[in-house]
Ligand binder design. Structure first.
Ligand code: NAD
Length: 456
């Protein structure tokens, strides 16, 4: 039987209201089931993503599946602690009483995924949603059609749609989904579509987590370990062919080390056979993005690479030098293997130029100078980042992951994810054997004196 979107939402709401998801045992059972389902489908998932954009088994395991297994194991292990009622102190005014906070699931959640890490970005948010006790409708990105179909099958074949369902489709389907009333929307994607989602959510006052993108800078300063910095940068930039939300988007390099940096980049890229055949690059997701990237390569500014193979949807690792903030490559998130390099003379000016752009998802600073490090970390606002590394901050599950401003709102992974699907209900619990009369009428000068003493 075919269910309409409205039916699925209504069925999930009824299921949620039945209280079935309140039990921690139920949630643990579902998380364990999800883990074993992913394990069962692992081979199919690896094959599907290879069909979509030639992603290798190694990358699929390390950047997608292992993250899911880790998040699942952590949620299963810590769910009791996360969902425990938290006792807090009670102030004198309310004496005698107990005060506590009850975590409760928000309800029916909608998770919308992006295409660049299709398994991770679709399935990772549903882990905290299940752990928190929500029901979930997942809408994976339609662009990698094989991964979307595999996720739809694996969920439909193993889960009750009242609890967990996948709705596949394009913009029209997402638009229809967004017309429904959800209790939580968790969106990963572009800032432009993030705005559409936020507007739709506002109609129902639905809380949102928005995991968006942006132009993440990396600073190469005059006193960094050049070889190591470049090694880490090149790996981070070229992983997934640069189609990573936290990839270093552009470089701010101090003028005194520009030459050695550009040379080191060339040497580092040439150490590896970056190609589809070698499995070190993936395809650009579709023709539209190949064309978009091709337009960002200014032939006059190519320091390295620059070749675009349209037949195979492949863009060579490319470094652009002498770039300015007015260049086309600086007008949008690159989201591909093109690295623009901008020279700066004065750190204050460089920080100001980065500040003039919308707040990015990440920022990286390569330096041994604590003063420079502190200035970049404190003066710039961004989602998260790393010092003397790039992207690896997201591999520490103890660091919540999320953006700020145009790069998003809210965070997830670990307890942060659980919190984003949870409402924390504050309770003051009073016995009836004692009552001070101060708040009651009549209001007398003596009572006021006491109240001033108590409230300060
Ligand atoms: P996108 O915004 O185009 O699409 C994301 C999702 O929104 C898809 O499921 C798509 O079907 C849906 N969608 C597209 N247009 C829509 C519309 N008009 N109305 C309603 N829904 C619509 O993003 P993308 O191309 O899949 O991903 C790339 C972007 O996502 C980049 O900007 C990247 O930085 C960002 N991103 C962020 C994170 C993060 O965790 N912060 C992770 C990955 C990607």
């Amino acid at each position: 039987m075919e269910y309409s979107i409205e039916n699925i939402v209504n069925d999930q709401r009824n299921f949620f209201r039945s209280g079935a998801t309140r039990s921690i045992d139920f949630r643990v059972q579902q998380l364990k089931k999800l883990r074993s389902v992913i394990k069962t489908y692992e081979e199919e998932m690896v094959e599907g993503i290879a069909l979509d954009f030639k992603k290798s088994e190694f990358d699929t395991y390390t950047n997608e599946l292992s993250i899911l297994y880790h998040d699942l194991d952590e949620a299963i292990k810590k769910i009791k602690r996360w969902s425990k009622v938290q006792r807090v102190g009670t102030n004198l005014l309310n004496f005698p009483a107990r005060s506590y906070i009850i975590p409760e699931p928000l309800g029916v959640a909608l998770v919308i995924g992006a295409w660049n890490y299709p398994y991770q970005l679709s399935l990772a948010p549903i882990i905290p949603a299940i752990a928190a006790g929500c029901t979930v409708i997942l809408k994976p990105s339609e662009i990698p059609s094989n991964t979307s179909r595999i996720m739809a099958n694996m969920i439909a074949n193993n889960f009750d749609h009242n609890f967990l369902a996948v709705v596949e489709g394009d913009v029209d389907t997402t638009t229809e989904l967004l017309e429904q009333r959800f209790d939580k929307i968790f969106f990963t994607g572009s800032t432009t579509v993030g705005r559409v989602v936020y507007q739709a959510a506002a109609k129902h006052l639905t809380p949102v987590t928005l995991e968006l993108g942006g132009k993440s800078p990396a600073f190469i300063t005059e006193n960094c370990s050049m070889k190591m910095s470049v090694k880490r940068l090149v790996w981070a930039k070229l992983l997934n062919s640069g189609q990573t939300c936290v990839a270093p988007d552009y470089i701010m390099v101090h003028h005194s080390v520009e030459k050695s940096f550009l040379e080191a980049l060339k040497v580092e890229i040439e150490k590896t056979d970056y190609s589809l055949e070698a499995g070190t690059m993936v395809q650009i997701i579709n023709d539209k993005n190949v064309e978009r990237l091709a337009k960002l390569i200014d032939p006059a500014k190519i320091h390295y690479g620059g070749q675009v193979d349209r037949t195979n949807r492949f863009v060579e690792p490319t470094v652009l030098k002498g770039v300015s903030f007015d260049d086309p490559v600086m007008q949008e998130e690159v989201f591909g293997p093109i690295l623009p390099v901008i020279v700066y003379h004065d750190l204050s000016d460089a920080i100001q130029q980065v500040k003039d752009l919308p707040r990015p998802l990440s920022c990286y600073v390569f330096t041994h100078d604590d003063q420079i490090k502190e200035r970049v970390l404190r003066e710039l606002s961004f989602g998260g980042g790393a010092v003397n590394d790039a992207m690896m901050h997201i591999s520490n599950p103890k660091l919540p992951f999320g953006g700020v401003g145009n790069s998003g709102m809210g965070a997830y992974h670990g307890e942060a994810g659980f919190k984003s699907f949870t409402h924390y209900k504050s309770i003051l619990d009073k016995p009836t054997w004692l009552e001070f009369g101060m708040k009651y009428y009549p209001q007398t000068p003596t009572k006021l004196k006491w109240i001033k003493r108590l409230l300060g």
